[in-house]
Design a protein. Structure first.
Length: 369
């Protein structure tokens, strides 16, 4: 029987484990935390409110194949993903759409008036090379200053002109009344939560999960020879002993507050581009549709130290990652290969669905060989 070693139980590790197990492989999955599901982990807090422990996870995808695959492990509820940005004491809909203007200036613009406004405001740039140029090209200085600049500085700890345009490109601009945060075709949420869904993915006789067990790179190198394939989803720089220096990862501190109210804020996420040290407050109850009396709000404080959550996409970091990529490719070419998958291992600002899709495809390709 073929054997796989998997490090990390987030979307990459879990999906790979399941596909391999169903193909008859024996899988040993090592997870350093005391729970599965990586940063998608959710649980009931001490007040019995279901919360997303590592920030909100809004499942969305354009891939019906992925929805079908995950539907083997969960039922779904609709994903009500609405975000407002707090500007001058008002809740402003983001991403920018026609209702953004109603909230900002109290006036309904037609689509043509909106286009004219943008033509006047936009500082066009054929190929934006940083997030500031990208925002100015998309919406102009007025909306950049109101909605993007302050938030981006807080979130990343650097100036937007130091950051890749890919970061702010994640947000669409809409010339219509669609206020939903994402644009993907399927916007849904696992009915019983993410942890339950991951638990079902990993529930297979061929998968052995070991929690609270951190493997360091030298452990992995030693163990690798006992396995036909290794999947690694931790930070890529740590795996190679920081050979080319540390890659920048942004961390978060989560502060939780419970309120004896049914709902505290008008929608799941409020962004704060100007005031406060936190970037956003999240009331995930709006999307979990949990019927309970109280509610729990999470305040997110970005910071440098701590668990890595986001790759910081600057020119320096991306150049450094290119060097690590050569080492990654060497590992991939070995007889007992190691595959690097996921946000931390591939140093990419992936959404959850992109990780699932890539992990499933990568393993299927290996099995096909
Ligand atoms: N962003 C912003 N203002 C907002 C929302 C997003 O400036 O109100 C920028 C910011 O740089 C952020 C990026 O767009 O890091 C991507 O936003 P997204 O909501 O996708 O971030 P995530 O949910 O992954 O933290």
């Amino acid at each position: 029987m073929d054997k796989a070693l998997v490090i990390g139980s987030g979307p990459a590790g879990s999906a790979c484990s399941r596909i391999l197990a169903e193909a008859g492989w024996k899988v040993d999955l090592f997870e350093k935390r005391n729970h599965i599901a990586g940063n998608c982990f959710d649980e009931y807090d001490e007040n019995s409110v279901l919360v997303h422990r590592y920030g909100p996870h809004y499942f969305r995808t354009d891939s019906i194949e992925l929805v079908k695959w995950l539907s083997k492990f969960t039922h779904w509820i609709p994903g009500h993903y609405y975000v407002r940005s707090m500007v001058d004491g008002k809740f402003i809909p983001v991403p920018v759409n026609l209702s953004t203007f109603v909230s900002l200036i109290g006036k309904v613009l037609t689509e043509d008036e909106f286009k004219t406004y943008l033509e006047e405001q936009r500082i066009t740039c054929q190929n934006p090379i940083n997030a500031e140029e990208q925002c100015l090209d998309m919406v102009g200085k007025e909306l950049y200053d109101l909605l993007f600049k302050g938030y981006t500085i807080k979130q990343w700890g650097i100036e937007p002109y130091e950051l890749s345009p890919a970061v702010t490109e994640r947000l669409p601009l809409r010339l219509n009344w669609d206020e939903r945060y994402p644009s993907e075709k399927y916007q849904i949420m696992p009915k019983d939560g993410y942890t339950a869904m991951f638990n079902n993915i990993l529930q297979h006789p061929n998968i052995h999960v070991e929690l609270n067990h951190e493997l360091n790179p030298s452990d992995i190198s030693k163990m690798q020879n006992n396995y036909d394939l290794t999947i690694y989803s931790g930070p890529v720089d740590a795996f190679f002993g920081f050979e080319y220096g540390k890659l920048g990862y942004r961390s978060l501190r989560f502060v939780w507050k419970h309120f004896a109210e049914t709902y505290r804020q008008p929608c799941v996420q409020i962004n704060y581009p100007h005031k406060y040290r936190y970037t956003r407050t999240v009331e995930i109850k709006h999307v979990t549709e949990q019927m309970c009396q109280g509610t729990t709000i999470c305040y997110e404080y970005p910071q440098d130290e701590g668990e890595p959550f986001y790759p910081i996409l600057t020119g320096d970091n991306l150049q450094k990652y290119d060097k690590y990529k050569l080492l990654v490719n060497k590992e991939k070419a070995k007889r007992n290969p190691i595959l690097f998958l996921g946000r931390l291992a591939e140093y990419k600002y992936f959404n959850m669905d992109q990780i699932f899709i890539k992990a499933i495809q990568t393993v299927k390709n290996i099995l096909g060989k």
